[in-house]
Write a protein that binds this ligand. Structure first.
Ligand code: F6R
Ligand code: ZN
Length: 183
């Protein structure tokens, strides 16, 4: 393949060139939220977009570096703030870097009994070591949270493992702020 580039608008926190857009709505994240019943009802009434992932097409092979931008909308489901599904990498040796571009969010990571949380904003570069599950949450009530991800071409996704073991910490709306709730 040939070299290429993408343009990022840092003012707006947007990837201007992308090959594919994945849209996740409330109906897509029902099994991942604490109150799945509330999510089902919300999805029936108004199936809002929770997040979008803008991706560049790169071969999903060792040696390549996949990169994409995630835009998480503001909102909550029965108080649980809008978030990504969260995953382990299918290839568990794969690390990842998240770079904050706009808004404010939390990066929640889990490995065995350990949980780590990094608050992210524009300019935060967070390192997710191999074997740590990761999920991001928008903690702003009125602004998107946008970050860029860089990860190995063959990282893959294991959503099922995290869904089955469950995540230990939920991020709930608390007035204009948020609170961490241990499960
Ligand atoms: C890739 C990665 C991110 C997420 C994206 C959406 O390894 O961590 O690009 O894929 O933020 O989150 P999920 O994949 O959990 O729906
Ligand atoms: Zn990942």
């Amino acid at each position: 393949m040939k070299p290429f580039y993408s343009r990022i608008n840092f003012e707006k926190g947007l990837l201007l060139d992308y090959d594919k857009k994945v849209i996740r709505r409330i109906s897509d994240i029902i099994p991942y939220v604490s109150d799945s019943k509330a999510a089902e009802e919300m999805a029936e009434n108004d199936d809002k977009i929770v997040y979008e992932v803008l991706q560049r097409n790169v071969p999903q092979e060792p040696g390549h570096i996949q990169h994409s931008i995630t835009i998480i909308k503001p909102g909550n489901i029965q108080g649980e703030l809008f978030m990504t599904k969260g995953h382990y990498h299918g290839n568990e040796q794969s690390a990842e870097i998240y770079l904050g571009l706009r808004g404010r969010g939390l990066l929640v990571m889990q490995k065995d009994e350990q949980t780590e949380i990094i608050e992210m904003r524009k300019g935060t570069a967070a390192y997710i070591p191999p074997k740590w599950a990761h999920r991001t949450i928008n903690i702003n009530a009125d602004q998107d949270f946008v970050f860029m991800s860089f990860f190995p071409g063959d990282a893959g996704y294991d959503y099922k493992k995290l869904q089955q073991e469950g995540i230990n910490i939920r991020i709930m709306k608390d007035g204009d702020n948020y609170k961490e709730v241990n499960i």
